[in-house]
Design a protein around this ligand. Sequence first.
Ligand SMILES: [Mg+2]
Length: 288
Amino acid sequence: MKTVLMLLTCFVFMSGCHAQHDSMDATLWVQTSAEYQGNSEMVFNVAESRLSLLRDKQGVTADIDQAKSFGCLAGVSCPGLAAAGLIPAVVLDIDETVLDNSAFLARLIKNGGQWQPDSWDDWVAERAAVPVPGALAFVERAKAEGVAVIYMTNRRCSVREAGNELSLKQPCPQKLDTLENLASAGFPPLVPVDLLILRGERPEWDRAEKQTRRQYVAERYRIMMLIGDDLGDLASNIKKSSVEERARFVSAHEFLLGNYWFQLTNPTYGSWKSALKGKPAQDYLRLD
Ligand SMILES: [Mg+2]
């Protein structure tokens, strides 16, 4: 009966014929809700309030692997790390952490398209992403507090077949695009102590897993704070784990969240979504 009604509605109004896109609610939440805006502002406000304290805690790192390399734990004072005298840095993811790409997703919904590496690369080249609420003020404050700003993104370096001359000669045109987009979104320019690290910029950085890139940073900086919308932005070898393992991991590291780790909300995509595998998505629904 319901199907008949739907078909009838479809026939009479010539609309409602398309099933709602999977990402419709999530994208609307990001683009229209004051709650999304408020949540992002809240995360960055808390991170901002921790900046000077964490900058001065010279023996403490937010990065589990960096702590381990000194025989220590993240978020706990570590004499060896303090003695190393590394430059304090915040490590921020880019997409859905400091830049909001929801317009790209909105276009896919409108046009009935799916995420493809090529269409994503066109979007990156457009340099049209806008700042995530709260991110600009946070980055400005971090710089004012003398903290290095390191952007670590899974935007992937790839040579382009088409584009302007300058772009065709580049091994990683995505890097210039991202720098330009950060600038047009209002982020302060990178100074020599800051870094922008893309996926695949070096052969050993070709995985979505950020461990080797964080390791590179950890040899030069003290990672005092990690900020991202994906679990993989905060820790290594966990993003591809099962739903249950990911939950257990967060419970075990709960003391780092809001203190050293700052998690933005992204209902539209991410490793949370790819963790839903092996059975139909609806089988993950909890009914009691
Ligand atoms: Mg992200």
